[in-house]
Design a protein around this ligand. Structure first.
Ligand code: ADP
Length: 361
């Protein structure tokens, strides 16, 4: 893409710490408008340093970084940081300020009116899933780890920053809470369209969130830049393939959607009156929309299994197959039965994902 369209541009960026560690060298990278770009790689490879070059927490020793076309080295760091949201693992909320006051930090510094700040704070707390009536007046110590991270995200977004930098933001949250935060954050980012650089060492997090994923090795060296499916289907040989790991095909499951092409037809399931022949939602009946259907003819017949719909992710479809296999009915968005998913169909879907991925140049 044309460099002038990019929101963040690294050009030959280099950072050397006092003591001589060259954390990043010769980095060229562009973040596109509205893009959620994830940097992933082993500990110490230079991800955080790369991020911190953008808001000048680390100064470059060569090259440049542009944010919306302006060289950050020519921008006053304080002004710069007000335009750039930053969320870190232990989010660093001000302990003696309420949630609302924490969120309002930058708007207050920018001199917004009280009314505008109040509205914006309530809007942001809603956005991150915290009811303002319940949470606005609480203090950080009255929040769970996940709630604190949500407040951190709200605070970082408060003044509508051009760019959001996130450094392992959900790293200290338990796995279930972390999954939820990832999903919520992904939705928020889609809605706001803020360009994001997100640092993680967790491949699963990277493929779940990233529009593009940058795999780095020591010295901030870019090994591969690809969308999630391409990365998993065609990792560059060597470091990337090792890092992405043997489980890479399984990692496609939560990021691949079930399509009509993956299904077997509805007709002829176990014969006209055979067990499981009638798909839920068949004659006269609306399907048990959204809340589970009775497994059709599988070993666990009669058990409630999650309803499967077109567009569901393959991990959910696999769970339904395990609970209700060997075939489970699949519905369209309106709840009409459209086919059956079998183990063979699931495999087809995975192969389709691999085959459909761009082959890296
Ligand atoms: P990552 O985020 O990928 O774990 P970092 O960017 O934090 O990696 O670190 C890259 C390299 O720079 C590492 O070798 C690390 O030890 C070194 N480093 C990071 N911060 C400093 C610092 N403040 N002073 C000296 N060396 C540092």
């Amino acid at each position: 893409m044309n460099g002038s369209d990019a929101v963040i541009v690294f050009e030959g960026a280099r950072a050397e710490y006092p003591g001589g560690t060259v954390a990043v060298e010769g980095l060229d990278l562009q973040v596109r408008p509205h893009e959620l770009m994830v940097l992933v790689g082993p500990s110490g490879c230079g991800k955080s340093t790369t991020l911190r070059m953008v808001n000048r927490l680390v100064e470059l020793t060569a090259g440049r970084v542009l944010v919306e076309g302006t060289d950050v080295a020519r921008t006053d760091p304080v002004t710069l940081r007000r335009r750039i949201g930053y969320v870190i693992q232990h989010v660093g909320l001000f302990p003696h300020r309420t949630v609302a006051q924490n969120v309002a930090t930058v708007p207050a510094l920018l001199g917004w009116s009280r009314e505008r700040i109040r509205e914006r704070t309530a809007e942001l707390l809603e956005l991150v899933g915290l009811d303002p009536g319940t949470y606005a007046r609480r203090y950080p110590h009255q929040l769970s780890g996940g709630e604190r991270q949500r407040v951190g995200v709200a605070r970082a977004l408060a003044a509508e920053p051009a760019v959001l930098l996130m450094d392992e933001p959900f790293g200290a949250v338990d796995p279930v809470g972390r999954r939820r935060l990832q999903e919520e954050f992904w939705r928020i980012q889609r809605r706001l369209g803020t360009a994001v650089i997100f640092v993680t060492h967790d491949v699963d997090e990277a493929v779940r969130l990233g529009d593009r994923i940058v795999v780095m090795s020591n010295g901030g060296h870019v090994e591969q830049v690809a969308d999630a499916v391409t990365l998993l289907a065609h990792p560059a040989p060597g470091m990337v393939a090792d890092f992405v790991g043997a489980g890479r095909t399984a990692r496609l499951l939560p990021i691949t959607e079930l399509t009509a092409a993956d299904l077997d037809p509805l007709e002829g399931v176990g014969g006209p009156s055979g067990a499981g022949a009638t798909a839920p939602g068949g004659p006269g009946g609306a399907p048990a929309s959204g809340e589970g259907v009775t497994a059709a003819g599988g070993p666990a017949s009669g058990a409630r299994v999650p309803a499967v719909r077109l567009g569901d992710r393959l991990d959910a479809a696999l769970a339904a197959l395990v609970a209700g296999g060997p075939a489970v009915p699949v519905h369209d968005a309106d709840g009409r039965p459209v086919g059956r998913l079998t183990e063979a169909g699931l495999l087809r879907a995975l192969r389709r994902a691999v085959a459909g991925a761009e082959t890296p140049a």
